[in-house]
Design a protein around this ligand. Structure first.
Ligand code: ACO
Length: 436
């Protein structure tokens, strides 16, 4: 870490001696005040629930400029990656730090392709679930269960184990998500096909049946590939921080990624794509575009508990650049499928326009996030609503594993152990049960 020219001085109004704290500079973004020695020097902790001002780590993977609405993976703008590269190149970039050349891309894609099958036992494990289980419940179980199948890649201190676990996770996630889907609809599992692309293979495992040939539609394949690229990593968000914290105990990568899947499920995070589509459905059922005004009124009423799902972001205080790209993909997919007049897409566009002009949203800098349009694209492709977050988990796996491996390789890495401000009861004695 590079020291900044200035230092921070923390002083106290009660006359305690002030302390000097070092300040570090990143390559871009805010400087950080190093408070690691604060407790040793003052006996005090800092307080920052929700990590509003706390950098929990240094990282060289993803950078977001929330005010500009800019997202960079290893320095490359998301717009260029989504337009000029595919998901396999993006995975290579996130994992190893550089975009591959043509041979590197071929070798990396081949390596991933050679690990797409899962152990046959996995289907018996899956059978233990109810057919109507939520796919994210199934995914939390299946991803955690991988550690029971790949004992040869669970030692996080071994770089080869870390590497092969990363490849296995990236390769097997589409297979597991497709298996979870096939299980819920009662269709036979489709084995991966090695001559297909990563996204094409996912479409095949999802929608092919053994009864007839399945042709991958290149427009849908490209759209899905873009969904994967846009969701591949996003800095120190809740699920990534979960993976890091879980992995900091030295647990195996499959267990750490399962923790990320569990965190992603929540509607304030990855579950927002499902929640956004359900919200659009509800407005549509209630009367469509005419009901937007009424809905926005509810959103603005703090007592209603209603939020405009797919809007707002902790970091973006401008348009989420992924939402723009997703809106573009949405138009392409709907045109390809002859769904240009899709009522939900029209509703989403109208809702976005009205919200972006409303003082409530303007003053709070609330803009559409990636999930506002991704649900419409996925639904058009044929992916059922409850599976949306599982598709997000599939795409985010590379980011999770890249961040986990970065943490383990960091000489400053320690088990994560947040502190607390205790405001419960002070010490007291247990009374005999009849006197309580
Ligand atoms: N609808 C209505 N009001 C909102 C919304 C929303 N979607 N998002 C934020 N606000 C309001 C808050 O009520 C708050 O208002 P106040 O200042 O009057 O109290 C203000 O905007 C600031 O919001 P916070 O909740 O403090 O912002 P925070 O950074 O904690 O939350 C979050 C970010 C969780 C994403 C929030 O915007 C939200 O719940 N959005 C809807 C869910 C969603 O789309 N999540 C996906 C995130 S992207 C991803 O995970 C891929």
């Amino acid at each position: 870490m590079k020291l900044a020219d200035n230092k921070a001085t923390l002083s106290f109004s009660n006359g305690s001696p002030s302390v000097e704290l070092p300040v570090y500079k990143g390559t871009i973004g805010p400087d950080v005040v190093d408070i690691r020695k604060l407790y040793a020097q003052t006996g005090m902790f800092t307080y920052d629930p929700g990590f509003l001002s706390t950098a929990a780590t240094q990282s060289a993977i993803t950078y977001i400029d929330g005010d500009k609405g800019e997202l960079l993976y290893r320095g490359y703008p998301i717009e260029q990656l989504a337009t000029d590269c595919d998901f396999m190149e993006t995975c290579h970039l996130l994992l190893y730090g550089e975009l591959p050349n043509a041979k590197g891309k071929k070798d990396f894609s081949r390596l991933v392709t050679m690990h797409t099958m899962v152990n046959e036992q996995m289907q018996f494990f899956l059978r233990g679930f109810r057919r109507d289980a939520h796919p994210m419940a199934i995914m939390t179980g299946l991803v955690g269960a991988l550690s029971a199948f790949y004992h040869d890649s669970t030692d996080i201190n071994n770089p080869q184990h870390r590497e092969i676990a990363a490849i296995r996770l990236i390769a097997k996630m589409p297979t597991l998500v497709a298996m979870a889907y096939k299980y819920t609809v009662g269709q036979p599992y489709m084995y991966p096909k090695n001559d297909l692309s990563y996204a094409g293979n996912f479409l095949h495992m999802m929608f092919a049946t053994p009864c007839e040939p399945y042709e991958v539609n290149p427009v849908l394949e490209r759209a899905l590939d873009r969904i994967f690229t846009l969701h591949a990593d996003h800095e120190q968000n809740a699920s990534t921080s979960t993976v890091r914290l879980c992995g900091s105990s030295g647990t195996n990568p499959f267990a750490a990624i399962a923790a990320g899947v569990a965190c992603l499920w929540g509607p304030a995070h990855g579950g927002a794509n499902e929640a956004a589509l359900n919200m659009l459905h509800d407005i549509q059922k209630a009367g469509g575009v005419e009901k937007i005004g009424e809905f926005i009124k509810q959103v603005k009423d703090k007592n209603s508990g209603v939020k405009l799902m797919g809007f707002g972001h902790r970091v973006y205080k401008n348009y989420d650049p992924r939402a723009k790209l997703m809106q573009e993909t949405c138009k392409e997919v709907l045109a390809e499928l002859g769904l240009e007049n899709d009522p939900l897409f029209k509703l989403a566009m109208a809702l976005e326009k009205i919200a972006l002009e409303d003082e409530y949203f303007v003053s709070r800098k609330l803009y559409p996030n990636v999930d506002f349009y991704s649900g419409i694209v996925q639904r058009a492709i044929g992916i059922p609503v409850p599976l949306f977050t599982a598709v997000f988990a599939l795409a985010r796996t590379v980011g999770w594993i890249a961040q986990l491996n970065e943490m383990i390789g960091d000489p400053e890495y320690k088990i994560g152990r947040p502190r607390q401000l205790f405001d419960g009861s002070v010490r007291r004695d247990v009374a005999p049960i009849d006197n309580r």
